[in-house]
Structures are given as structure tokens and as C-alpha cells.
Ligand binder design. Structure first.
Ligand code: FES
Ligand SMILES: [Fe+2]
Length: 427
């Protein structure tokens, strides 16, 4: 059980907070590359700061204070210029470094005053990688955006899924190191909701290993072989705010203390017969979390079930009221590490897992179950033969199993990539 003070330290992410200072040392995914191609400005709230993300006509990305330095108009409605943004209120213009490039009336009234040289807007670096746009809100020099191993894979259909979840990011990240929840929240609950008799295989033992980029968690369930990669390799609670399952990532990006953006990045290898396969544009979509007819949370898909658990803990889970047990050993490890790393940053040090070496960043390997399958692919006849990717237990919905609401055109593009007919039932 934590004290109220410890709970506060772990969950407050705004400017000037200890956790905020730690999280600002890492790049955060905040949008899809394709999203800015569709609309060149996007209002963003990140770590308690209101910002605007944009792509100017020259193709440069920027992340600026949402509010103009003149009289605070909302720059997500600005004109997109060749270079930067121009406020729609009185025309002041800014570039991606926050420099003020123009102040139309001031320049007419006082041509020699160069008032604009004294104006700077808050600006943060943005980088594109893996179809995502990443932001860094920490001190310079910015580290590298990690090139996680799956970002280097080819011949896969990638899609990006966003949902805003009204709870603190940490209860979501605690779920990234909680193997036992899978049996209940996904396995048994799905069965119960679908009226299926019988229980999901139960966990017999769990283990956690720390490494440079987080923790691997391993599980042994009833009926599982000792040499199963679920036990020998495991899945990854990726530092500081991500779950990595071997083929998909789920970042829990803090919007502010009581809200987070869930960012899913999913890779599905096409069968060998469909190679070579490449995407001109990585599609993205926003997944609904509420059933509009009932006003209740959607419960049908894996991540929606996770969302139900997280929001159910409250906007900010009250860890002074918990009773941790053996299943929470990973959660406790992670909290200890977070607290220690907040201290490292408070003392002026560099926290763990920051990537600065370009050679190392060509490809950062992670624990991956069934790696061969992702790297080399498989013939169509083996497409559904790998049981190992599927943690035994869950009863999954048809189609895209992770989140509700996948748009039909993305489902069709996926089916086409796999060599399936658009509207036929799943083979
Ligand atoms: S408020 Fe932006 S130019 Fe005046
Ligand atoms: Fe889950």
C-alpha cells in the first residue's frame, strides 16, 4: 500500500512534477504521420501542456504552444504557411523553433523596431518514425527516437489505433506488467459474456526479469509446456509507458493527470505468397470506448476490456486503498523503479532506457515470442497454425481482435494484404 504522497508523486505529470520530469526524458507518440497528411494541424494535450502539432507546406513538423504569444488565440486554427503557422487572429507567424517570423501590423507601424525578434513561442521537437509522430518535451539535447525491432520489419500490414482514455497513464502501464489479469479480464470474462462454459487455463507461476528497456514478464499456465516461449521468453513491459507483446505496441501517453492517449501499433505479417508487400501510407483510426446506446464501456475486444479495468480504478487510482498480492510483484517492481528513476532525474542524471547511440539505434532488439514468424514470414498454409502467439484462454471476437470500431476500409485493406477477399468470412 502506498502513502497518499507516494501516489501523488507517481501520478502527477504536469510541468514541475517529479514524474513529469522523468517522462519528459522520453519521446512520446502523439499522432500518425497520415493524420497530418489528412489535416495539417492537430490540437494536442501532452503531459499537462496544451500544444498544436502541425506539418507546414514545406513538410516540416512542429509542436508549438497552443496559444499565440500575442493575445493567446488558438493556433490549431492557424493558417499553415510554407514555413510554420500564422495565427488567424492578427497574423503573427512562427516557425518550428518557436521563432516569430512576422507581425504584419507591427512591421508597418514600426518598421525598424523588430519587435518579433523578442518573441518566442514554446516549441518542442517532432520526429516521424514507424508511421507515428513523436514528441520530446525534455531538456536538450534530445535523445534518439528508439528504433524498436518491429519498426525494421518488412512485409507487414501496420495500422495505428488511438483512443483517449479518461484515466491516469500509470494504471494502464501497471497493466503492462500484470500477467494474471489476462486469464480473468480477457479469458474468463470473455467466456462469461459469450455464455461459454468452462474456464480459461489458470496461471501456475509468473516471473519478471528486468532488462535495459523495461521488464519481461513470463507465465506458466495449466497445460502449457515448460519450453513454451510464454515461459522462456515472455512479453515486455517496455519502459517507461508501453506494452510490447511481440507484434504490437501499446503506448500509454499521458495527456494530463486524469487522461491518457492509448496508441496501438499493430504489425501483421503477410503470408509469403503475398510478398513483397509495402504500404504507401500506414493507416490510423480512432477507436470508440463507449457503447453509445447504453452509455457503458465497450467490453467486446481485448484492449477495450483493459480500458474497462483502468477507468474502473478511477481517474487516478487511489493506491492508498490497495491490497497487493503475489500477482502484483511486477507492479511493485515497476513502482520502485519509477520512484528511483524520478530521483535520478531530480539529481540531474540521465534515467534508464534513453537511447543516444546511433549504432545501437539501428535496431533495438526486444524479447519476442516466435521471432522467426515475424522476421521470415510463413506460407499461407501456416497462417493460422501458430498457436504460440495466442495466449491460451481468450475467446476473441471476429476480425480485428484488439479494439472495437475498425473502419471497413482498413479491414478491407488488411484482407487484401493477406490475400483474402474483402467481404468473405474469415478463412
Ligand atoms: S493573438 Fe495571435 S496574432 Fe494576435
Ligand atoms: Fe489486457
Amino acid at each position: 500500500m502506498l502513502s497518499a504522497e507516494q501516489n501523488k508523486a507517481l501520478t502527477e505529470v504536469g510541468p514541475g512534477t517529479r514524474m513529469g520530469a522523468l517522462l519528459r526524458r522520453y519521446w512520446m507518440p502523439i499522432a500518425a504521420v497520415a493524420e497530418l497528411d489528412d489535416a495539417p494541424t492537430k490540437p494536442v494535450r501532452l503531459l499537462g501542456e496544451d500544444l498544436v502539432l502541425y506539418k507546414d507546406k514545406r513538410g516540416t513538423y512542429g509542436l508549438l504552444d497552443r496559444h499565440c504569444a500575442h493575445r493567446r488565440a488558438d493556433l490549431s486554427y492557424a493558417f499553415v504557411e510554407d514555413c510554420g503557422l500564422r495565427c488567424n487572429y492578427h497574423g503573427w507567424q512562427y516557425d518550428e523553433r518557436g521563432r516569430c517570423l512576422a507581425q504584419p501590423f507591427e512591421e508597418i507601424a514600426h518598421p525598424d523596431a523588430r519587435y518579433k525578434d523578442r518573441i518566442t513561442l514554446k516549441a518542442y521537437p517532432v520526429e516521424a518514425k514507424a508511421g507515428l509522430l513523436w514528441a520530446y518535451l525534455g531538456p536538450a539535447p534530445a535523445p534518439l527516437v528508439p528504433t524498436w525491432e518491429p519498426f525494421t520489419w518488412t512485409n507487414g500490414f501496420v495500422q495505428i489505433v488511438f483512443s483517449e482514455i479518461p484515466c491516469n497513464w500509470l494504471q494502464a502501464q501497471e497493466n503492462s506488467i500484470d500477467p494474471v489479469h489476462f486469464e480473468w479480464l480477457h479469458g474468463n470474462w470473455s467466456r462469461a459474456m459469450r455464455g461459454i462454459v468452462g474456464r480459461s487455463p489458470t496461471h501456475l507461476k509468473i516471473a519478471f526479469d528486468e532488462f535495459e528497456y523495461g521488464f519481461a514478464y513470463r507465465r506458466m499456465m495449466e497445460g502449457q509446456a515448460e519450453d513454451s516461449e510464454l515461459w522462456t521468453v515472455g512479453r515486455t513491459c517496455l519502459w517507461p509507458n508501453c506494452l510490447f507483446t511481440g507484434a504490437h505496441f501499446e503506448w500509454r501517453v499521458p495527456i494530463d493527470d486524469g487522461n491518457m492517449l492509448s496508441v496501438g501499433w499493430f504489425f501483421d505479417r503477410v503470408p509469403n505468397e503475398m510478398e513483397p508487400f509495402a504500404q504507401a501510407r500506414i493507416p490510423y483510426w480512432y477507436g470508440p470506448i463507449k457503447d453509445e446506446t447504453t452509455g457503458r464501456w465497450i467490453t467486446s475486444h481485448v484492449m477495450n476490456q483493459d480500458f474497462v479495468a483502468w477507468v474502473g480504478q478511477g481517474a487516478i487510482a487511489d493506491r492508498t486503498q490497495e491490497h497487493l498480492g503475489e500477482s502484483d510483484r511486477g507492479v511493485a517492481m515497476m513502482r520502485r523503479r519509477l520512484t528511483e528513476q524520478m530521483d535520478v532525474v531530480a539529481r540531474g542524471g540521465e534515467p534508464m532506457g534513453v537511447v543516444r547511440d546511433p549504432a545501437q539505434n539501428r535496431c533495438i532488439t526486444l524479447p519476442i515470442i516466435d521471432r522467426e514468424r515475424w522476421v521470415k514470414g510463413f506460407p499461407r498454409s501456416k497462417m493460422f497454425s501458430s498457436e504460440i502467439q495466442k495466449t491460451p484462454g481468450p475467446v476473441l471476437p471476429e476480425g480485428f481482435v484488439f479494439q472495437a470500431g475498425q473502419p471497413a476500409e482498413i479491414r478491407d485493406a488488411f484482407r487484401k494484404a493477406m490475400g483474402w477477399r474483402p467481404s468473405s468470412p474469415e478463412p
